[in-house]
Design a protein. Structure first.
Length: 293
């Protein structure tokens, strides 16, 4: 009977876990809808802003903005966008692995000299890099509590100021780009400086004759910081939607696995119960036969 009690306890425990995973799946599905709407609404704006910037910048000199000046990447900043919570499958570990791979393959010399810094947006990546003694700058985990362009712009502004002062020569961002609830694409982009291909790629075969007021130079000077802020905000929104998609998928699989485990446990319970009943009947019959004998 002790075995039966143990199996009953396991069944109760798995049923409770299954209820939790079902609830988490439903919560993530609701949050995913809002996050998806946000990133899908921003993408056309970000694309159009990039197109306008490309058209205007194609005829300007490269030094028109400090944010397009290429320097030898002696000091590098990596922005890693993860999440504050787990239970999202391989979502966080994938982006952390991609950041480590980027450093190992592209900036190993800078890393050996201690010239690689990390800005983490998300508690999971911050904890990972702090435990491994990376130079982690600041704490930006609260941005997900009130995810807005204004809050993310504070991070962008700080990064642009540091780049303009020469504290960093290159800034790259690593994040999960949202495709659908089941698919997140690990993406690495150069945030600063803006490369010539980024500024001009959208102008090929798509030149537009804009009427400009004030001058073209002044407009580009204003658009480039806005484009950088929008790029980082889009990355954070992409990661936010990807997180909820990954968590919803993970909780769905966990719920299915709990169901399979429940079937196995109930089968085991019934077999043990049947064996116990058979044993008791055998003992009763044996005892009665002994008395009759």
């Amino acid at each position: 009977m002790a075995n039966l009690k143990e199996v009953r306890n396991r069944i109760t425990s798995v049923q409770s876990t299954q209820q939790i995973t079902k609830a988490m799946k439903m919560v993530s599905a609701a949050k995913l809808k809002r996050a998806t709407n946000a990133i899908l609404a921003l993408r056309p704006y970000a694309t159009q802003l990039k197109d306008i910037l490309g058209n205007l910048s194609s005829s300007l000199e490269g030094g028109s903005s400090p944010f397009v000046v290429e320097r030898e990447p002696n000091k590098v900043l990596i922005v890693v966008v993860s999440s504050n919570r787990g239970l999202a499958g391989a979502f966080n570990m994938n982006v952390i692995k991609a950041a480590n791979q980027l450093i190992a393959e592209k900036y190993s010399n800078q890393m050996h000299k201690g010239n690689v810094s990390i800005i983490s947006i998300g508690k999971k990546s911050q904890d990972f890099f702090e435990k491994r003694k990376f130079n982690v700058i600041g704490n930006n985990n609260e941005v997900f509590s009130d995810l807005s362009f204004e809050n993310v712009s504070k991070i962008s502004t700080s990064i642009m100021e540091s780049f303009e002062k020469g504290e960093f020569d290159r800034v790259e961002i690593v994040y999960n780009r949202f495709k659908n609830a089941a698919v997140q694409i690990i993406t690495t982009e150069q945030l600063l400086p803006l490369t010539k291909s980024e500024v001009e790629e959208s102008t090929l075969g798509n030149a537009v004759d804009y009427i400009l007021e004030p001058s073209k130079e002044e407009i580009v000077t204003q658009l480039i910081p806005k484009s950088i802020k929008t790029q980082l905000y889009k990355a954070v929104l992409d990661s936010h939607a990807s997180e909820h998609g990954a968590r919803m998928t993970a909780m769905d699989k966990a719920t299915d696995n709990a169901g399979e485990l429940l079937k196995a446990l109930k089968l085991s319970y019934n077999q043990a119960r049947q064996a116990a009943i058979t044993t008791e009947l055998t003992e009763i019959v044996s005892g009665a036969a002994a008395l009759n004998g």
